[in-house]
Write a protein that binds this ligand. Structure first.
Ligand code: ZN
Length: 404
């Protein structure tokens, strides 16, 4: 019998072959379908033809990066792991990035595997995820800040690859992150490896645009190097991505603090849980927002004002949202506002830096970016996917428990 370990109520088997789980940031199924159809991803296509699987899975709502990466590495929903956004409003009213491991309310699969003696490794393109992935002593590196990191023996991380690490706004950062994970895995003898990519390309380019084509070709080649190195490769996205523009091409935004002011609601505070350091990706504009109220007697008036906005398709109170989307009630707003597929939500015009946006606004966060691709480049057990309500957080279950 092989080694098994538990994580958050589920049993996992230590991998018989090295496993690479990939969070393909912002890979809307439209990119993957197009890339496969036009032959941009020959290695993934070959793996699928040889018995691999491509299914659609559901992401954690809100469909932002941190909640979904944490769902994938813990195997459980945000209500259990505690990470409901990239960003939240603490009890004292301050806005805080949810990037520190102390915010986690669940262990990670990698931390439990390490505890059971399985050599593990996490690599993230975006440095903002590094501390969360490192929880429990997991060796974690970022491609963005690789030039500042070293191995325990003092070897600079960037010495492992022949090219320098690209910047956060360079499309080459994601393939670099995959190659870095392979080099680090070889060095550290890691057998369970997680690599999280970045969605700069998806925020910038629609499917079939030249930048997207170049990106999918390069990532496929990097995944091919993982397959050639003997890894079982599985890939799932954290969220999809859609254009959020008016017919004239300008960002299609509703400003919620302005709407509350206009309706005479005092003491309302909109929080955009997409907020992170990478403003050129999205200017902190996504399709879901929390609204906090100083005075709960304003709740109905606020709800009516927000629900009346064009492009808003749902306003839930805290407990209904926590229940519907498996969220920790203490880390969301008094109201949860959902935009339709082509609309994003902001605080006020002055609170967002539109000059940082490169080209048209493409973003995520709501229900319209919830369906994501889940690909396993290896044959699964016959009924591994049958009848399952598949989530992206099931990736490690499939890779560790369900290979044929
Ligand atoms: Zn993301």
């Amino acid at each position: 019998m092989g080694v098994t370990f538990g994580a958050n109520g589920r049993l996992y088997h230590a991998p018989a072959r090295p496993v690479l789980g990939v969070c393909a940031d912002g890979w809307d199924p439209e990119y993957v379908d197009d890339a496969l159809e036009r032959g941009l991803m020959p290695r993934v296509a070959e793996a699928l033809a040889d018995g691999g699987s491509y299914a659609l899975a559901r992401a954690q709502v809100p469909t932002f990066t941190n909640p979904n990466n944490v769902a994938i590495v813990t195997g459980v929903c945000a209500a259990r792991n505690g990470i409901a956004g990239n960003h939240y409003r603490a009890a004292d009213g301050h806005e805080v990035q949810l990037t520190d491991a102390s915010f986690l309310r669940a262990t990670t699969i990698h931390a439990e595997a390490l505890e059971a003696g399985v050599p593990v490794l996490c690599v993230t393109a975006k440095d903002k995820l590094r501390a969360l992935l490192a929880a429990g002593g997991v060796p974690a590196f970022s491609a963005e800040c690789a030039h500042e990191q070293a191995l325990e023996d003092g070897t600079p991380v960037t010495a492992l690859l022949e090219r320098p690490n690209p910047s956060i706004y360079d499309w080459r950062l994601s393939p670099y992150a995959i190659d870095l994970s392979l080099a680090l895995a070889a060095r550290l003898q890691a057998r369970l490896v997680y690599v999280s990519l970045t969605d700069f390309v998806q925020h910038t380019a629609a499917p079939r645009q030249p930048l997207a084509d170049e990106f999918y070709r390069a990532v496929d080649a990097a995944l091919g190097r993982a397959l050639d190195a003997g890894f079982v490769v599985g890939l799932v996205a954290d969220h999809g991505m859609r254009a959020k523009t008016s017919p004239d091409g300008s960002p299609n935004v509703r400003f919620l603090d302005e709407a509350l002011d206009a309706a005479g609601v005092a003491g309302g505070h909109t929080l955009c849980p997409i907020t992170d350091p990478y403003v050129a990706h999205h200017a902190a504009l996504g399709s879901l927002a929390w609204v906090h109220l100083d005075d709960q007697s304003q709740l109905d008036r606020a709800r009516s004002a927000l629900a009346a906005l064009r492009g808003v398709e749902g306003v839930l109170d805290r407990s209904a949202a926590a229940e519907s989307f498996e969220l920790p009630a203490d880390r969301i707003g008094d109201l949860v506002v959902l935009a339709d597929g082509v609309t994003v939500l902001g605080k006020s015009r002055a609170a967002h830096d539109f000059s940082a946006l490169e080209g048209c606004l493409r973003s995520h966060g709501g229900l319209h970016e919830r369906l994501v691709p889940l690909i396993v480049c290896q044959r699964l057990k016959e009924d591994a996917l049958a009848g399952r309500d598949l989530h992206n957080r099931d990736l490690h279950h499939l890779l560790l428990n369900e290979l044929a």
